[in-house]
Write a protein that binds this ligand. Structure first.
Ligand SMILES: *Cc1c(COP(=O)(O)O)cnc(C)c1O
Length: 377
């Protein structure tokens, strides 16, 4: 069986995790966590990069930092992971979905303005497959209406949009280090990127259970106490140690994935020219990180048939997402503004092929061969 995903592992993670285990500090913000944080702050040139227990939690923190409360509206695509919406719903927000572009599956920025009301507080673009949304237009709309932009860049680490690193363009951005993403902190983890200085001090407090413990450690206050909302958002030092092993090899992982991505792209050209499937479209202004390789086929019926054919032939391919506005919770907490021209119809057609660090060309050959056989039978 060729799996859909293998968690990325480059070799040094083991050594660093052991080193962390044998040290006297295994809670949050130890030596490895500091190294990771410095690495990100230098590379992203952001104000703060906070290592968080997950991307979901980083989004929850962003919602607290912009004071999302009952009745506030947040605009985002329906074609995304539940956490993009849930992080704002837990603070009482109502989610307003707008349609996506069929070529990138990213939010259609031309539909955002019509969905804005007096209650709108933020726009949350999701950089699907690590391909940047049209951030120039989104930033311009947000500035004109005084809205916050929180980038869900869970899939976007090392990708850029017009030369700018994803996650560093909005007021805040988030990454995921879940085992299915390009880089992991040992299975679960995330990053909150703060680009607007106004949020920095309060972010430290919310992350430390609502206390000013960080200021206490820095000697800025002489005791620490409960000062604000907060929760427990610090990953352990073991997770930071694992992540450090990945950050040391950030470009090696990136290059290997891009090589895999382009190999699929070339090998599937023939099936596309015969009209059996569509490959993702390449864009000049958004350099991606090969987070995902997806194909689109005719419809839902063909997708179900192809997925089971691939499984019978030793290939685990998957689909996602069921559009959020169609889910039971989505019906309760959100509404779709405007017409669903592409969200449902395009998500029905999408299949993700096996993609992971260490995927061999031989395995990729088998995947493509199985897809060809399905269409040629
Ligand atoms: C993976 C993912 C998340 C959630 O990440 P976790 O680290 O698992 O919480 C959120 N949004 C998108 C778009 C994702 O792909």
């Amino acid at each position: 069986m060729i799996p859909f995903n293998k968690p990325p592992y480059t070799g040094n993670e083991e050594k660093y995790v052991l080193e962390a285990m044998r040290s006297s500090h295994i809670a949050g913000d130890g030596m490895f966590a500091l190294k990771c944080q410095e690495w990100f702050e230098k590379r992203l040139m952001c104000h703060n990069a906070l290592f968080i227990t997950s991307c979901t939690h980083a989004l929850e923190m962003a919602a607290m930092l912009i004071d999302i409360g009952p009745g506030d509206e947040v605009i985002m695509p329906s074609f995304t992971f539940v956490s993009t919406a849930n992080a704002f719903v837990v603070r009482g927000a109502r989610i307003v979905f707008v349609d996506i572009h069929p070529d990138t599956m990213n939010i259609d920025e031309t539909l955002i303005e019509a969905a804005i009301t007096e209650r709108t507080k933020a726009i949350v673009p999701v950089h699907y497959a690590g391909v940047g949304c049209e951030m120039d237009a989104i930033t311009e709309i947000a500035e004109r209406y005084g809205l916050f932009v929180i980038e869900d860049a869970a899939q976007g680490m090392t990708s850029t949009y017009k030369g700018k690193i994803l996650g560093t363009i909005g007021h805040m951005g988030t990454y995921s280090f879940h085992e299915t993403k390009n880089y992991t902190s040992g299975g679960e983890g995330g990053l909150l990127i703060i680009n607007d200085e106004r949020f920095a001090e309060r972010a430290d407090i919310i992350r430390e259970k609502g206390t000013n413990r960080m200021q206490f450690f820095r000697g800025q206050v002489d005791k620490y106490s409960w000062v604000d909302l907060g929760s427990s958002y610090l990953p352990s030092e073991l997770q930071a140690a694992y992540l450090w092993g990945q950050l040391e090899n950030v470009d090696k992982i990136r290059q290997a994935r891009l090589k895999n991505w382009h190999y699929y792209y070339e090998m599937l050209a023939d099936l596309e020219s015969k009209g059996f499937l569509e490959r993702p479209q390449l864009r000049d202004d958004a350099e991606h990180n090969a987070h995902m390789f997806y194909i689109k086929i005719k419809d839902l019926k063909e997708r179900t048939a192809l997925l089971s054919f691939l499984k019978e032939n030793g290939v685990l391919a998957v689909f996602h997402y069921v559009p959020l506005h169609d889910s039971p919770a989505g019906k309760k907490f959100s509404y779709f503004h405007g017409k669903d021209n592409f969200t449902s119809s395009q998500s029905d057609r999408l299949i993700r092929l096996p993609m992971y660090y260490g995927l061999t060309q031989n395995e990729q050959g088998k995947v493509v061969e199985a897809i060809s056989r399905y269409f040629m039978q």
